[in-house]
Design a protein around this ligand. Structure first.
Ligand SMILES: O=C(O)c1ccccc1NCC(=O)[C@H](O)[C@H](O)COP(=O)(O)O
Length: 220
């Protein structure tokens, strides 16, 4: 199971967090966020996929930001449509020098209808399930994961929304194909500043040996 640490902001803290070798690191390119990123990303080991998080941006702005920061993944965290994702996918695929993953977020509450995902299957690489809240993201609350029983797709997901150390036992019992866990505010001392001691503890507790078989395929 992979780990994405989202909402990075400060260069020294980015380096310190990078030393934990997460699989993804997220940078928020939504100006209204307390974690809005407009700095310089320090050099990170290439195995960490730098991920830009966007909320209802234009395709061209997503692409130019991806170019500027050499992003390996873009996370669409607003109400982006299937057509938007298709156009973005086509423009990314036309690039010969880079591959950029598309992660499409869906904000989940008790009435979420998983049928809406079907047309997105072919135009994005992963779904990310976050908790529906006041803000598009970073609300710090979990959703009721029981609703994931309605997820019938084989597409691996990023599980997100208020995840902290206490959630690990429940994560290990989930029967959905989890590709990555996305963490953010539960590991902060202030918005954008991550507590690496706590993150290390989380990583250690999320070890693959204790995952269920459906989750383990991601480790092969
Ligand atoms: O974190 C933000 O400030 C944010 C603002 C607007 C859109 C997305 C944002 N975060 C994206 C993420 O991937 C977060 O990790 C995700 O929402 C979970 O955050 P949290 O509930 O704090 O764990």
């Amino acid at each position: 199971m992979k780990l994405k640490i989202c909402g990075m902001k400060y260069p020294d803290n980015i380096l310190e967090t990078g030393a934990l070798l997460p699989d993804y690191m997220g940078f928020i390119f939504w100006e209204k966020s307390a974690r809005y990123f407009d700095g310089t990303i320090p050099e990170l080991i290439h195995t960490i996929r730098k991920t830009g998080v966007f909320v209802d941006e234009t395709v061209d702005n997503v692409l130019s930001t991806a170019d500027k920061y050499h992003l390996q993944a873009v996370q669409l965290h607003g109400k982006e449509t299937v057509e938007f994702c298709r156009e973005l996918r086509a423009k990314i695929d036309a690039k010969i020098d880079v591959t950029i993953e598309i992660i499409k977020t869906f904000s989940i509450d008790e009435s979420f209808d998983f049928e809406v995902l079907a047309p997105f299957e072919k135009v994005c690489d992963y779904f990310l399930f976050d908790t529906k809240g006041k803000l598009p993201g970073g609300n710090g609350t979990t959703f009721d994961w029981k609703i994931l029983e309605n997820y019938k797709s084989e597409k691996p997901i990023f599980l997100s929304g208020g995840i902290g150390i206490e959630e690990i036992p429940a994560i290990k019992n989930l029967k959905v194909p989890i590709y990555a866990i996305d963490v953010n505010s539960k590991f902060e001392t202030e918005p954008g500043l991550k507590n690496t001691t706590l993150l290390r503890k989380f990583q250690k507790n999320l070890k693959p040996a204790t995952l269920n078989p459906k989750q383990l395929y991601n480790e092969l």
